[in-house]
Design a protein around this ligand. Structure first.
Ligand code: SF4
Length: 64
């Protein structure tokens, strides 16, 4: 599982990177990205931030 961020929607608030740093980080372009396969213990956090993102930019996808 991996976090996916729709960069066209993200407003760069940083919440996802702060709440689930194992799954999300802010890129040089000022918007977030899902950057690695989620550790098993972080999947719940990632699903939480996906629900909490103020613009609904996050989805959790199978990394395959
Ligand atoms: S929580 Fe949503 S809007 Fe905020 S940085 Fe993450 S993807 Fe972007």
């Amino acid at each position: 599982m991996k976090g996916y961020v729709d960069k066209a929607l993200c407003v760069g608030c940083g919440m996802c990177a702060a709440s689930c740093p194992e799954g999300f980080r802010l890129g040089d372009d000022g918007v977030a990205e899902g950057y690695q396969e989620l550790p098993a213990e972080s999947i719940e956090d990632a699903q939480q931030v996906a629900g909490d993102c103020p613009v609904g930019a996050i989805t959790i996808v199978s990394a395959k």
